[in-house]
Design a protein around this ligand. Structure first.
Ligand code: C2O
Ligand code: CU
Ligand code: CU
Length: 539
């Protein structure tokens, strides 16, 4: 570890988190009821469209440039474009292949998917396939930068001031290889650059990636236009109709971090679904499969589908982050934290033509209480929800655990001791706070958890405020929450667990697939950028 890393890291975190922490803890009872309060909400400065006046876009499916016995090859250019998000305004976006969300990739289980990403943006980028069982070299480690063309000559200091001898930096482009030998599910790809993930994703660097398999096919679930991907993300717009974000350095090349009021997370006042504000989508009276992703930086939602007659339509959950459940779970409302995905069936059968079903957000206030609307416009054919789904869920038992670890996700002063002595030489406890895991901010040079390949481990996670905790490479089961049983939406195989204020949860997994350096972190993207990330070495 070098002093350069930690000094810059601590300064980057900046002053002011103390107030948030104190306020957060003081308010934690209130936050438990209103968990959307992680962060401050930006207010848009342009007139916003009427809800449900814009049609729901469906992101294009990317065609491979080559399909052979070895697998499918794709190419994605990361580039800036202008797009109409709010009607009548042109908004500059950072995109994968010109669209936000980026193009959807469709893969079969076990068929190698190779994606050549070309960086035409003005900053370095890193691509991570969230939820992918990916070899470490393609997992998008935050210092494995792809430099824009103009940066290539000064590759001497490309590590962002972070000395990381293991970083593999490439110029202009990089090929990411995804074996995708994993259960069918919805993954998503997004930027993961050191210190600047949150603003880069906010500008548009996120897309969906589906893995399909025979288990799923055998169920005959709704497909085609009856399977609808929904990427939910909040944003705010400035007086020119550009995306607003409180970066300390809007070029995203210098000082990382956000202005003080937003240190707990950045929230927008506009809810986008597939890049459209509060859209409407026409459906028939059939059964629909909704693939829902919360790609927001910090906003939590609690989804509810309500008819114009005030009737709640059940959200029948058939899958979690990492694929199908054993059996469907019916919810009247469903909380979704940043980075979580749900695979849902919703039956519009029995509703008269002309009915409208709002997907609303019970954690929102004012306009953020709405998400989108389904308009029932024609007769469809109904289908039944299968009674059982998948029988290949791993059933790890606590008794198998080689290690039980405690990991605390908390804001606070750096809790240093001799082992990190060098890094805190100039530490000023009145100024330097951060989002920390076990008292430490992220440092690429430190192995926080070293797990033996093949071992089952139990992790006991504890949080101060809301922290959606994500582990790379593996799926896990939730064993307990708050010392009791998991909640109904905790079923299945997960890669992100939403810890509520003051809450603990136990997760269990087996570290297999690949060896190497991976990450776990809070997926509140601002917390992640401001230190709440750690290394997972699988050896
Ligand atoms: Cu979706 Cu490490 O992230
Ligand atoms: Cu991930
Ligand atoms: Cu967090």
């Amino acid at each position: 570890m070098t002093e350069g890393i930690s000094r810059r890291r601590m300064l980057g975190i900046g002053a002011g988190l103390g107030a948030v922490t104190v306020g957060g803890l003081a308010l934690s009872a209130g936050w438990a009821r209103r968990p959307a309060a992680t962060g401050a909400e930006l207010r848009s400065e342009v007139p916003l469209p009427e809800a449900f006046s814009v049609p729901l876009p469906i992101p294009p499916v990317l065609a491979p440039v080559e399909s052979t016995a070895e697998g499918d090859r794709y190419e994605i250019a990361q580039r800036e474009v202008e797009a109409e998000i709010l009607p009548g305004f042109s908004t500059r976006l950072w995109t994968y292949e010109g669209s936000f969300p980026g193009p959807t990739i469709e893969s079969r289980r076990g068929v190698q998917t190779t994606v050549l990403h070309r960086n035409e943006l003005p900053v370095p980028t890193v691509v991570h396939l969230h939820g992918g069982r990916t070899p470490a070299a393609s997992d998008g480690y935050p210092t494995d930068l792809v430099l824009p063309g103009e940066w290539s000559e000064h590759s001497g200091h490309v590590g962002h001031g972070m000395a990381d001898d293991r970083a593999v930096v490439t110029n202009v482009q990089r090929e990411y290889g995804f074996p995708l030998d994993q259960r069918a599910t919805m993954l998503w790809y997004h930027d993961h650059r050191m210190d600047f993930t949150a603003p880069a994703v906010w500008r548009g660097l996120a897309g969906m990636h589906f893995v399909r398999d025979d288990v799923e096919d055998a169920l005959g679930l709704p497909g085609g236009d009856h399977e609808v991907p929904l990427m939910i993300a909040d944003r705010a717009f400035d007086a020119d109709g550009q995306l607003a974000y409180p970066s300390l350095d809007p070029t995203l090349t210098g000082e990382p971090g956000v202005e003080k009021p937003y240190l707990a997370g950045v929230l927008g006042d506009v809810v986008l679904v597939n890049g459209a504000p509060w859209p409407a989508h026409e459906v028939d009276t059939g059964l629909y499969r909704l693939r829902v992703l919360n790609a927001s930086n910090a906003r939590h939602y609690e989804l509810e589908a309500v008819t114009d007659g005030g009737e709640i339509l059940p959200l029948v959950q058939i899958g979690a982050d990492q694929g199908l459940l054993a059996a469907p779970v019916r919810h009247d409302r469903l909380p979704i934290a940043p980075a979580e995905r749900y695979d849902l069936l919703v039956d519009f059968g029995g509703l008269p033509i002309g009915s409208r079903v709002r997907l609303s957000n019970r954690l929102g206030t004012g306009r953020t209480a709405d998400v989108m609307r389904f308009d029932v416009v024609r007769e469809g054919t109904s289908a039944a929800v299968p009674e059982t789904l998948a029988d290949d869920l791993p059933e790890w038992d606590r008794s198998e655990a080689a290690v039980v670890r405690d990991l605390a996700f908390r804001a606070g002063r750096l809790d240093w001791d001799g082992s990190v002595g060098a890094m805190i030489r100039d530490f000023d406890p009145d100024k330097h706070h951060g989002w920390l895991i076990d008292g430490l901010p992220f440092d690429p040079g430190r192995a926080d958890v070293t797990a033996r390949f093949g071992d089952v481990e139990v992790w006991r996670l504890i949080a101060d405020v809301h922290h959606p905790v994500h582990v790379h490479l593996v799926g896990f089961r939730i064993l307990s929450r708050g010392g009791g049983e998991p909640l109904p939406h905790d079923a299945g195989l997960k890669d992100t667990v939403s810890l509520r204020p003051g809450e603990s949860a136990e997760i269990i997994t087996r570290f297999d697939g690949y060896r190497g350096r991976y990450l776990f972190h809070c997926h509140n993207a601002e917390h992640e950028d401001m230190g709440m990330m750690a290394n997972l070495e699988i050896v």
